[in-house]
Design a protein around this ligand. Structure first.
Ligand code: GDP
Length: 287
Protein backbone atom coordinates (compact mmCIF):
# COMPACT_ATOMS: atom_id res chain seq x y z
CA UNK A 1 0.00 0.00 0.00
CA UNK A 2 1.46 3.39 -0.96
CA UNK A 3 0.82 6.09 1.59
CA UNK A 4 -0.24 9.42 0.15
CA UNK A 5 -0.20 12.42 2.36
CA UNK A 6 1.00 15.56 0.73
CA UNK A 7 -1.08 18.46 2.02
CA UNK A 8 -0.92 21.81 0.24
CA UNK A 9 0.87 23.61 3.05
CA UNK A 10 3.92 21.43 2.41
CA UNK A 11 4.22 22.94 -1.06
CA UNK A 12 4.07 26.36 0.56
CA UNK A 13 6.81 25.40 3.03
CA UNK A 14 8.97 24.15 0.18
CA UNK A 15 8.58 27.38 -1.75
CA UNK A 16 9.45 29.48 1.27
CA UNK A 17 12.56 27.46 2.02
CA UNK A 18 13.68 27.56 -1.60
CA UNK A 19 13.42 31.32 -1.56
CA UNK A 20 15.63 31.86 1.48
CA UNK A 21 18.08 29.00 0.89
CA UNK A 22 20.57 31.02 -1.23
CA UNK A 23 21.09 33.39 1.70
CA UNK A 24 21.98 30.61 4.13
CA UNK A 25 25.55 29.68 5.07
CA UNK A 26 24.72 26.39 6.72
CA UNK A 27 21.79 24.08 7.39
CA UNK A 28 21.17 22.24 10.62
CA UNK A 29 18.91 19.33 9.77
CA UNK A 30 17.26 17.86 12.85
CA UNK A 31 16.49 14.14 12.64
CA UNK A 32 14.92 11.68 15.05
CA UNK A 33 17.77 9.44 16.25
CA UNK A 34 15.39 6.47 16.30
CA UNK A 35 14.80 6.89 12.56
CA UNK A 36 17.64 8.97 11.07
CA UNK A 37 16.80 7.82 7.55
CA UNK A 38 13.00 7.92 7.67
CA UNK A 39 12.92 11.29 9.44
CA UNK A 40 15.02 12.93 6.76
CA UNK A 41 13.03 15.27 4.59
CA UNK A 42 13.35 13.87 1.06
CA UNK A 43 13.30 17.41 -0.37
CA UNK A 44 16.30 18.62 1.60
CA UNK A 45 19.17 17.42 -0.63
CA UNK A 46 17.67 19.14 -3.68
CA UNK A 47 16.75 22.30 -1.77
CA UNK A 48 20.11 22.46 -0.02
CA UNK A 49 22.37 22.17 -3.08
CA UNK A 50 25.95 22.85 -1.98
CA UNK A 51 25.07 24.56 1.30
CA UNK A 52 26.95 22.76 4.10
CA UNK A 53 24.85 20.72 6.49
CA UNK A 54 25.12 19.32 9.99
CA UNK A 55 22.71 16.47 10.70
CA UNK A 56 21.58 16.35 14.30
CA UNK A 57 20.40 12.95 15.52
CA UNK A 58 18.12 14.28 18.22
CA UNK A 59 16.12 12.47 20.93
CA UNK A 60 19.22 10.36 21.52
CA UNK A 61 17.75 9.39 24.92
CA UNK A 62 15.00 7.39 23.18
CA UNK A 63 17.24 5.61 20.66
CA UNK A 64 19.40 2.51 21.03
CA UNK A 65 22.94 3.89 21.64
CA UNK A 66 24.63 1.15 19.62
CA UNK A 67 22.44 1.78 16.61
CA UNK A 68 22.86 5.55 16.93
CA UNK A 69 26.63 5.05 16.80
CA UNK A 70 26.20 3.00 13.61
CA UNK A 71 24.16 5.79 12.05
CA UNK A 72 26.65 8.47 12.96
CA UNK A 73 29.42 6.40 11.42
CA UNK A 74 27.36 5.68 8.31
CA UNK A 75 26.58 9.35 7.76
CA UNK A 76 30.11 10.57 8.40
CA UNK A 77 32.22 7.82 6.86
CA UNK A 78 29.97 6.58 4.07
CA UNK A 79 28.08 9.71 3.12
CA UNK A 80 30.66 12.34 4.11
CA UNK A 81 28.09 14.32 6.10
CA UNK A 82 28.79 15.90 9.49
CA UNK A 83 26.54 14.21 12.03
CA UNK A 84 26.18 14.80 15.75
CA UNK A 85 23.87 13.31 18.35
CA UNK A 86 21.85 15.32 20.83
CA UNK A 87 19.22 15.14 23.50
CA UNK A 88 17.17 17.91 25.09
CA UNK A 89 18.47 19.92 28.05
CA UNK A 90 22.08 19.62 26.92
CA UNK A 91 22.86 23.27 26.28
CA UNK A 92 26.62 22.87 26.09
CA UNK A 93 26.33 20.11 23.55
CA UNK A 94 23.83 22.15 21.57
CA UNK A 95 26.19 25.15 21.60
CA UNK A 96 28.89 22.79 20.35
CA UNK A 97 26.86 22.43 17.17
CA UNK A 98 27.14 26.18 16.61
CA UNK A 99 30.90 26.00 17.13
CA UNK A 100 31.09 23.23 14.57
CA UNK A 101 28.99 25.37 12.20
CA UNK A 102 31.42 28.25 12.60
CA UNK A 103 34.32 25.95 11.72
CA UNK A 104 32.52 24.75 8.59
CA UNK A 105 31.90 28.22 7.13
CA UNK A 106 34.87 30.09 5.59
CA UNK A 107 36.38 32.96 7.62
CA UNK A 108 35.83 35.24 4.62
CA UNK A 109 32.08 35.09 5.28
CA UNK A 110 32.20 35.22 9.06
CA UNK A 111 34.54 38.23 9.01
CA UNK A 112 32.14 40.35 7.01
CA UNK A 113 28.66 39.60 8.31
CA UNK A 114 26.48 37.48 10.61
CA UNK A 115 26.52 33.73 10.06
CA UNK A 116 23.13 32.60 8.76
CA UNK A 117 22.02 29.17 9.87
CA UNK A 118 18.71 27.58 8.99
CA UNK A 119 17.11 24.81 10.99
CA UNK A 120 15.26 22.23 8.95
CA UNK A 121 13.41 19.09 9.86
CA UNK A 122 10.08 17.35 9.64
CA UNK A 123 7.52 18.02 12.41
CA UNK A 124 8.12 16.75 15.91
CA UNK A 125 11.83 15.96 15.67
CA UNK A 126 12.69 18.64 18.24
CA UNK A 127 13.52 21.74 16.19
CA UNK A 128 11.80 24.21 18.52
CA UNK A 129 13.31 22.58 21.57
CA UNK A 130 16.78 22.95 20.04
CA UNK A 131 16.17 26.57 19.05
CA UNK A 132 14.98 27.41 22.55
CA UNK A 133 17.99 25.65 24.05
CA UNK A 134 20.36 27.59 21.81
CA UNK A 135 18.62 30.88 22.51
CA UNK A 136 18.52 30.17 26.23
CA UNK A 137 14.91 31.32 26.31
CA UNK A 138 11.60 30.24 24.81
CA UNK A 139 11.55 31.78 21.36
CA UNK A 140 9.97 28.92 19.40
CA UNK A 141 6.79 27.03 20.15
CA UNK A 142 7.12 23.39 21.13
CA UNK A 143 4.49 20.74 21.40
CA UNK A 144 3.69 17.10 21.15
CA UNK A 145 1.41 17.66 18.19
CA UNK A 146 3.20 17.55 14.87
CA UNK A 147 1.05 20.38 13.55
CA UNK A 148 2.64 23.25 15.49
CA UNK A 149 3.12 25.99 12.92
CA UNK A 150 5.20 29.10 13.21
CA UNK A 151 6.14 32.07 11.18
CA UNK A 152 9.59 32.28 9.77
CA UNK A 153 11.79 34.11 12.22
CA UNK A 154 15.45 34.98 12.65
CA UNK A 155 16.82 34.62 16.14
CA UNK A 156 19.93 36.56 17.14
CA UNK A 157 22.48 34.45 18.97
CA UNK A 158 25.83 35.46 20.46
CA UNK A 159 28.94 35.35 18.25
CA UNK A 160 27.11 37.10 15.43
CA UNK A 161 24.92 34.14 14.50
CA UNK A 162 21.43 34.43 13.04
CA UNK A 163 19.27 31.35 13.37
CA UNK A 164 16.35 30.90 10.97
CA UNK A 165 13.42 28.77 11.99
CA UNK A 166 11.35 27.15 9.22
CA UNK A 167 7.68 26.29 8.87
CA UNK A 168 6.70 23.32 10.97
CA UNK A 169 5.34 21.41 8.04
CA UNK A 170 7.76 19.62 5.81
CA UNK A 171 7.35 16.67 3.58
CA UNK A 172 8.03 13.42 5.42
CA UNK A 173 9.63 10.50 3.66
CA UNK A 174 6.79 8.10 2.90
CA UNK A 175 8.56 5.80 0.48
CA UNK A 176 9.60 3.06 0.82
CA UNK A 177 6.45 2.39 2.79
CA UNK A 178 8.49 1.26 5.82
CA UNK A 179 9.53 4.89 6.29
CA UNK A 180 5.89 5.92 6.59
CA UNK A 181 5.24 3.22 9.15
CA UNK A 182 8.27 4.19 11.22
CA UNK A 183 7.23 7.83 11.20
CA UNK A 184 3.81 6.74 12.41
CA UNK A 185 5.33 4.54 15.12
CA UNK A 186 7.25 7.51 16.55
CA UNK A 187 4.15 9.71 16.29
CA UNK A 188 5.70 12.06 13.73
CA UNK A 189 2.79 11.53 11.38
CA UNK A 190 -0.75 11.13 12.56
CA UNK A 191 -2.15 7.70 13.12
CA UNK A 192 -5.10 8.62 10.88
CA UNK A 193 -2.81 8.58 7.87
CA UNK A 194 -2.14 4.89 8.37
CA UNK A 195 -4.50 2.53 10.17
CA UNK A 196 -3.61 2.63 13.87
CA UNK A 197 -3.60 -1.13 14.29
CA UNK A 198 -1.42 -1.57 11.19
CA UNK A 199 1.12 0.79 12.74
CA UNK A 200 1.12 -1.27 15.95
CA UNK A 201 1.47 -4.49 13.96
CA UNK A 202 4.45 -3.05 12.11
CA UNK A 203 5.98 -2.09 15.47
CA UNK A 204 5.24 -5.54 16.93
CA UNK A 205 6.92 -7.30 14.00
CA UNK A 206 9.97 -5.06 14.24
CA UNK A 207 10.30 -5.35 18.02
CA UNK A 208 10.15 -9.12 17.80
CA UNK A 209 12.91 -9.16 15.27
CA UNK A 210 15.17 -6.51 16.87
CA UNK A 211 14.42 -6.70 20.61
CA UNK A 212 12.68 -10.06 21.28
CA UNK A 213 13.96 -10.45 24.85
CA UNK A 214 12.87 -7.01 25.95
CA UNK A 215 9.37 -7.53 24.59
CA UNK A 216 8.99 -10.89 26.30
CA UNK A 217 10.24 -9.46 29.57
CA UNK A 218 7.95 -6.44 29.46
CA UNK A 219 4.80 -8.44 28.74
CA UNK A 220 5.72 -11.50 30.80
CA UNK A 221 5.88 -13.93 27.87
CA UNK A 222 7.70 -17.24 28.32
CA UNK A 223 8.13 -17.87 24.62
CA UNK A 224 9.00 -15.57 21.75
CA UNK A 225 5.81 -15.27 19.64
CA UNK A 226 6.07 -16.37 16.00
CA UNK A 227 5.12 -12.98 14.54
CA UNK A 228 3.74 -9.55 15.34
CA UNK A 229 0.13 -10.66 15.35
CA UNK A 230 0.93 -13.53 17.70
CA UNK A 231 2.70 -11.02 19.96
CA UNK A 232 -0.37 -8.76 19.99
CA UNK A 233 -2.60 -11.73 20.80
CA UNK A 234 -0.24 -12.74 23.59
CA UNK A 235 -0.30 -9.23 25.08
CA UNK A 236 -4.12 -9.25 24.91
CA UNK A 237 -4.20 -12.56 26.76
CA UNK A 238 -1.71 -11.43 29.43
CA UNK A 239 -3.41 -8.08 30.05
CA UNK A 240 -6.93 -9.46 29.59
CA UNK A 241 -7.75 -7.08 26.76
CA UNK A 242 -10.78 -8.77 25.21
CA UNK A 243 -13.49 -7.30 23.03
CA UNK A 244 -17.08 -8.55 22.84
CA UNK A 245 -17.25 -12.26 22.17
CA UNK A 246 -13.91 -12.84 23.88
CA UNK A 247 -11.79 -11.95 20.88
CA UNK A 248 -8.47 -10.12 21.50
CA UNK A 249 -9.00 -6.33 21.65
CA UNK A 250 -6.30 -5.38 19.18
CA UNK A 251 -7.13 -1.69 19.36
CA UNK A 252 -6.38 -1.64 23.06
CA UNK A 253 -3.21 -3.71 22.55
CA UNK A 254 -2.11 -1.27 19.80
CA UNK A 255 -2.63 1.66 22.13
CA UNK A 256 -0.59 0.10 24.92
CA UNK A 257 2.21 -1.10 22.66
CA UNK A 258 2.64 2.21 20.82
CA UNK A 259 2.33 4.31 23.96
CA UNK A 260 4.89 2.22 25.79
CA UNK A 261 7.25 2.21 22.84
CA UNK A 262 7.01 6.00 22.45
CA UNK A 263 7.40 6.64 26.17
CA UNK A 264 10.55 4.52 26.35
CA UNK A 265 8.96 1.90 28.63
CA UNK A 266 10.44 -0.78 26.37
CA UNK A 267 13.85 0.80 26.77
CA UNK A 268 15.81 2.82 24.24
CA UNK A 269 14.66 1.50 20.88
CA UNK A 270 15.86 2.36 17.39
CA UNK A 271 13.49 1.57 14.57
CA UNK A 272 15.95 1.23 11.70
CA UNK A 273 19.61 0.49 11.07
CA UNK A 274 21.81 1.48 8.11
CA UNK A 275 21.88 -2.16 7.03
CA UNK A 276 18.10 -2.39 7.05
CA UNK A 277 17.48 0.79 5.05
CA UNK A 278 20.18 -0.13 2.54
CA UNK A 279 18.41 -3.44 1.94
CA UNK A 280 15.09 -1.60 1.54
CA UNK A 281 16.64 0.87 -0.89
CA UNK A 282 18.12 -1.96 -2.94
CA UNK A 283 14.70 -3.60 -3.07
CA UNK A 284 13.05 -0.30 -4.14
CA UNK A 285 15.65 0.15 -6.89
CA UNK A 286 14.62 -3.18 -8.40
CA UNK A 287 10.97 -2.14 -8.64
P1 GDP B 1 9.43 20.38 16.30
O1 GDP B 1 8.05 20.10 15.77
O2 GDP B 1 10.47 19.74 15.42
O3 GDP B 1 9.72 21.82 16.57
O4 GDP B 1 9.55 19.58 17.69
P2 GDP B 1 9.43 20.12 19.20
O5 GDP B 1 10.66 20.87 19.60
O6 GDP B 1 8.12 20.79 19.36
O7 GDP B 1 9.47 18.73 19.98
C1 GDP B 1 8.46 17.75 19.79
C2 GDP B 1 8.33 16.93 21.06
O8 GDP B 1 9.52 16.18 21.28
C3 GDP B 1 8.14 17.78 22.32
O9 GDP B 1 7.23 17.12 23.16
C4 GDP B 1 9.52 17.82 22.93
O10 GDP B 1 9.48 17.99 24.33
C5 GDP B 1 10.05 16.45 22.57
N1 GDP B 1 11.52 16.42 22.48
C6 GDP B 1 12.34 17.31 21.87
N2 GDP B 1 13.63 16.94 21.99
C7 GDP B 1 13.64 15.77 22.70
C8 GDP B 1 14.68 14.87 23.14
O11 GDP B 1 15.89 15.06 22.92
N3 GDP B 1 14.26 13.76 23.81
C9 GDP B 1 12.95 13.50 24.07
N4 GDP B 1 12.65 12.39 24.74
N5 GDP B 1 11.96 14.31 23.67
C10 GDP B 1 12.30 15.44 22.99
Amino acid sequence: MAINWFPGHMHKARKEIKQVMPQMDLIIEVLDARIPFSSENPMVPALRGDTPVIKVLNKRDLADPEVTALWQQWLEKKKGIRAVTLTHNQRNEALGILRLAQEMVPDSIRDTRALRIMILGIPNVGKSTLINTLAGRPVAKTGNEPAVTRAQQAIKLPDNILLYDTPGFLWPKLTPEECGYRLAVTGAIRAAVIEFEDVALFAADYLLQAYPDRVCERYGLDEIPADGLALMDAIAAKRRFFARGGIPDLHKVSEVLLNELRAGTLGAVSLETPELVEAEQAREALR
